[in-house]
Design a protein around this ligand. Structure first.
Ligand code: PEP
Length: 252
């Protein structure tokens, strides 16, 4: 019922537009016109416009890695939702742990971005997840619930169905240490249950929940086979086309 969705978060890579275009073109060639699995690439913002043209005539979406909640104004270095739409973005990653923990982004700030993204017609990929310390203290569900409550504040049921969630345990991001499929499924089921309480069973059943954290071609199939894991947000393994295409293949 829910389409599987694989998104590549390139973070601050690669360092040249030529390399970015070459990577996008290789992924485009591998995906072809296959719509069975939803795919998006989230490059650094300086490449968004170029990737939008490189990915024309392809079902692959283009996502930004961040945006500012205000529509315009004196926000040096920031990008608005309208700017992202104007350069061809379909998606935007919000609340990535590297921004929550590295740059101090709060749920309240992420919530403002979420509302602005939806208003502009972007599909938000909202990241949530606990640190290793929080997991070891048995606080995973409390942390995830609080992030959901704060980030989704004021959201109506219907727009919620269009939000993509990415459960990304911080201890699994870029560490090579993947959550086991059982650990991931347990939290995904908890998230879906929380959405059912906050919105409705029907809305919860429609929300795509990706897993993120050291997903690779060789561990993707096991994760994606779990009933509440609807795709993957992929960092390191999205930087080489064969590996990323292997993850897409595992989703087919
Ligand atoms: C990410 O950046 O969202 C991520 C999951 O990274 P990695 O796949 O490298 O762990």
């Amino acid at each position: 019922m829910r389409p599987l969705f694989i998104a590549g978060n390139w973070k601050m890579n690669p360092n040249t537009e030529a390399d970015a275009v070459a990577l996008a073109e290789a992924v485009k060639a591998g995906v072809g016109q296959d719509h069975a699995v939803r795919v998006a690439l989230c490059p650094p913002s300086v490449y968004l416009h170029r990737l939008d043209s490189a990915l024309s005539n392809s079902p692959i979406g283009v996502g930004a890695q961040n945006m500012h909640p205000e529509p315009s104004g004196a926000y040096t270095g920031e990008l608005s939702a309208a700017m992202l739409v104007d350069v061809g973005c379909t998606h935007v990653i919000l609340g990535h742990s590297e921004r929550r923990h590295g740059l101090g982004e709060t749920d309240a700030f992420i919530n403002r971005k979420l509302h602005a993204a939806l208003k502009a017609g972007l599909i938000p990929i909202l990241c949530i997840g606990e640190t290793l310390e929080e997991r070891e203290q048995g606080r995973t569900e409390a942390v995830v619930a609080s992030q959901l409550d704060g980030s989704l504040d004021g959201l109506e049921a219907e727009p919620m169905a269009g939000v993509v969630l990415a459960y990304e345990p911080v201890w699994a991001i870029g560490t090579g240490r993947t959550a086991t499929p059982e650990q991931a499924q347990e939290v995904h089921a908890f998230i879906r249950g929380r959405l059912a309480e906050k919105f409705s069973e029907a809305i919860a059943a429609r929300v795509v929940i990706q897993y993120g954290g050291s997903v690779k071609a060789d561990n993707a199939a096991d994760l994606l086979a779990r009933p509440d894991i609807d795709g993957a947000l992929v960092g390191g393994a999205s930087l080489k086309a064969p590996g990323f295409l292997g993850i897409i293949e595992a989703a087919r």
